[in-house]
Design a protein around this ligand. Sequence first.
Ligand code: AMP
Length: 412
Amino acid sequence: MFKRVLGTKDILPQEIVEWQKIEQLSRDTFKAYNYQEVRTPIIEDASLFNRSLGSSAEIVQRQMFLLKRERDLYALRPEGTAAIVRAYIENNLDKTSGMAKLYYIGPMFRAERPQKGRLRQFHHIGCEAIGSVNSDIDSEVISLANRLMQVFSVTDYHIKINSLGCQKDKEDFVDFLQRSLKSKVNKLCEECRVRLKHNPLRILDCKDDNCREIVKQLEIGDSCQCQECKEHFSKVKNNLDTLDVSYEVSPTLVRGLDYYTRTVFEITHKDLGSQDALGAGGRYDNLVKELGGPDMGAAGFAFGVERILLVQSQKPEVKSQELVYVIPLGEEARKNSLRLLNDLRQENIPSDTDYECKSLKGAMRKANDLGAKHVLIIGDDELGKGVVTLKDMVSGEQKEVSQEDIIKEIKC
Ligand code: AMP
């Protein structure tokens, strides 16, 4: 027997209602903020991610699902931003629409060690606002993420924000970290010793107790940031206050990817345990240019759908089935029921029949199991009179209705 691949999930019909609800709520919310949907391929050139996320990013180093075909190397996309920016540049969206506000919903792939809330195929709901360096975009994106939490009925979430500064500030900050941590290198965990050389920012969010203690002693502030970046961050915070978005400034908040500059943010939830991030994002002002496009600022975020489903305080109401179940008794009635089913379906009335019908009793049991609202019985008797027996499965009432009137009767 075949089994699903490690770290993947089948989403079965009884769960799909929740997924569809989350997707619908997302679409409605993005529409309210004037974001448009975009769908990019699941496979991309592997080098797109190396170039944008940075070769020392954990995703690039260890987590990409790579596919080699002849001389080409593809990757199953591990995240959405790089692909959206690639599509933005390739399709000249900067020329056609100026500021592009795009959103996406779809699967992402990372070869991580699976655990609760950590899969190898998971789903992102995310957005990218490309074409502006204005701090109003940062606050719009964060308040949109906050709004999504509300519409998804997620409570007790926590928003952390920080500013990494521009590229130059980031380099100064990296330099500061390397200098400050040089003498403490032996006290860092094994991974952070490597990070100190290639990706020192990641030391700031290491979960190891010793590393945390060392980071705490560094008393990190915004001293490496230029005046412009400080003002930018101030405006973001003021806007969030105006919009009544609660947040905490966390000077050690960093993202694992190279492309982030200035504002970064993360939304966590205590019920998620060690993998506590529900979503994250921020500004990335150099990525569009880095990938061959114009010099344009941008910001965005992504949420993990599986984690949202884990922490929703309220699940969507599942409406009872409106199904009409047709039960033909005998060969002649079966032919008649084919036409009847067809008519119902053309009117978009969910309907089905018992393909294995052996007895009325068995078919009624099936109708019950399916939660059908109405049952239509056609036997020799009904055929002779040109009627159908209509049974209301909720009240138990039963009556004969002429064949011509049956759709009208069911609709009312
Ligand atoms: P990231 O691109 O790593 O910032 O991810 C954004 C969000 O996607 C996270 O906050 C999680 O909610 C979700 N996510 C990331 N990786 C995984 C994973 N392996 N399994 C499930 N959800 C994930």
